[in-house]
Design a protein around this ligand. Structure first.
Ligand code: ZN
Length: 222
């Protein structure tokens, strides 16, 4: 049976944050804190008060790491994805297009968790972790943007809109401060946690959500 597609649904393109959104918790934050030689409580304060951006934060976090890639992947294996994300990917793929993951975290743990859940085919953008034994540096392959983000989500959306000649509505699903740039490029914004509080304080229109089941229901009616 063919599922009817309304004209509105047919034009949607969905972009999703990873840490705290596709993944239930902030995997990158927990992982980098766990393997930091000095802890990262000082950075959490600077980040939450938005005194430093993701690029600066990641560089400092990476400089404090004493762990191999394998150590870190063994650690991140305990983190779960939103159980309704897989169904959301199926629905979005049927109704418009597969969602694209936009992260200001690191590529290797995102790929690991997406692949573990059979979602390795999803297009994703993130910063690149480079390992040398038990130390790590971060490269920013997608660094043309606001200069504060590591991989600016607004810039990624603009590039993909041009590349795919997208004229329909842009949907963004996120939870935190690294999603703020994306707001300017978004027509339908789903927000939870810090992003929701930010939208409320700045009077930015958004649809509150808790899980991708809420997003599915709101966008696709199921
Ligand atoms: Zn940005």
């Amino acid at each position: 049976m063919t599922i009817p597609v309304t004209s509105e649904e047919n034009t949607l393109r969905v972009f999703c944050d990873f840490d705290g959104t596709i993944a239930l918790k902030d995997v990158g934050y927990h992982m980098l804190s766990h393997f930091s030689t000095v802890g990262n409580d000082d950075l959490a304060e600077l980040w939450n008060s938005r005194k430093i951006g993701a690029r600066e934060c990641l560089k400092i976090e990476a400089s404090r790491i004493n762990a191999s890639r394998e150590d870190m992947l063994a650690f991140v294996g305990r983190f779960e994805l939103d159980p309704s994300f897989k169904d959301f990917v199926r629905l979005a793929s049927e109704r418009c297009a597969p969602p694209i993951a936009l992260s200001d975290g690191l590529d290797f743990y995102i790929d690991h968790l997406l692949q573990k859940h059979g979602l390795g085919h999803l297009e994703r953008y993130a910063n690149r972790a480079v390992f040398a034994g038990r130390s790590m540096t971060v490269e920013f392959p997608y660094d043309n943007g606001c200069g504060v983000c590591g991989s600016c989500k607004a810039q990624r959306i603009r590039e993909i809109k041009r590349r795919d000649n997208i004229t329909g509505q842009i949907v963004f699903v996120g939870d935190g401060y690294s999603d703020i740039c994306a707001i300017a490029e978004t027509d339908i914004l789903f927000a939870k946690s810090d992003l929701r509080r930010y939208c409320e304080s700045e009077n930015i229109p958004h649809r509150p959500f808790e899980t991708f089941a809420d997003v599915s229901k709101s966008l696709f009616g199921e």
